[in-house]
Ligand binder design. Structure first.
Ligand code: ZN
Length: 329
């Protein structure tokens, strides 16, 4: 994916994306149907404003096709020189679920930092998934405003206000992100999941805990059936071992890699353990507590906040689980 400032040459693609978003009931300030001339007029004005340094309009391209856009409004009231507002973040329907929105917001955040901004704000329609998405990117929810705006296809909807302080030390500083290492550790967790099924006939879920120094301090896989233990999920088994290894019930700075989105029980235990970061592979639409069903792992109400990233090697983990259940039927 390639992210760069949008220009006049992108007017057609930007307009088409805006019209598509509105037609899909995406709340970005307009009502359906949006005429092409109105869409073009909006973007012309936005790009002119960008050329005056009042905002930043970014586009995301894949194979020369515009697959997303996002705007950062820099021009604020004289009393808010430190604030910037994220707005008009859109992803083409065909590119959903590929991380386009997260990449755009990350790029806009970098842009805000480079403009000396220290506070980011945004509001987003209260729809399923949106809240988890922004929380994962480090935004705090300030609450909901009911009946905030009409949805493009009609009917009033609530909006949720989010903010992020750019002065806060990034979670990365505590637990650095290294994409290659993440994939390596997740592959190891997948190997543990495989053992759960092949050696113990347990549901194939594996977990591994890595310390700030990059050492494996605990690993585990599901042992519920063999141990007659309802709490013996892979994450719990790995946390027990990590506690023993570190001689501490707090696993400060550690990252947990797990092949399936944690459940409520494990999410609660991860918060108690003060884990810094959780990286999971497959989402669990039945019991997932990182946003799929419950928000336990990502709730702002804990006084310990965990950085959560999902989807790494999700298809491998999902295939393993599906094959396991198919073979058992
Ligand atoms: Zn669990």
């Amino acid at each position: 994916m390639h992210i760069a400032p949008a220009t006049e040459a992108d007017l057609d693609a930007l307009s088409a994306l805006l019209i598509e978003t509105i037609a899909g009931n995406g709340s970005v300030g307009f009502m359906h149907p949006l005429a092409e001339e109105d869409a073009r007029a909006f973007w012309s004005q936005a790009l002119a404003s960008a050329s005056h340094g009042e905002r930043v309009v970014l586009g995301a391209w894949r194979d020369d096709r515009l697959v997303g856009t996002g705007t950062l409004v820099l021009a604020m009231a004289p009393s808010q020189p430190h604030r910037a507002e994220l707005t008009k973040v859109m992803t083409a329907h065909a590119a959903r679920g590929e991380g386009v929105g997260a990449a755009l917001i990350d790029a806009l955040e970098q842009s805000a930092r480079s403009h000396g901004k220290s506070l980011l704000t945004l509001d987003a329609a209260v729809i399923e998934g949106a809240t988890t998405f922004y929380r994962r990117l480090g935004f705090h929810s300030a609450g909901d405003i009911p009946n905030y705006a009409y949805k493009p296809l009609g009917g009033l909807g609530a909006t949720r206000v989010f903010w992020k302080s750019l002065d806060e030390p990034a979670a990365d500083a505590l637990s650095p992100r290294d994409a290659q290492a993440d994939e390596r550790w997740m592959r190891r967790a997948l190997a543990l999941a495989e053992r759960a099924a092949s050696e113990n006939g347990e549901i194939p879920v594996g977990a591994i805990i890595v310390s700030l120094d990059g050492d494996v301090v605990g690993e585990g896989w599901n042992l519920n059936i063999g141990e007659h233990d309802p709490s013996a999920h892979a994450e719990i088994v790995a946390m027990r071992r990590a506690g023993q290894t570190l001689g501490n019930h707090r696993l400060v700075g550690c990252t947990l890699y797990v092949t399936l989105e944690p459940c409520v029980m494990c999410a609660g235990a991860l918060v108690h353990a003060r884990i810094a970061r959780v990286v999971y592979a497959a989402s669990d639409p039945k019991t997932g507590a990182a946003g799929s069903v419950f928000d336990t792992l990502v709730s702002d109400r804990h006084n310990h906040r965990i950085t959560v990233e999902g989807g790494l090697l999700a298809s491998e983990a999902g295939t393993m689980l599906r094959e396991f259940f198919r073979s058992r039927r």
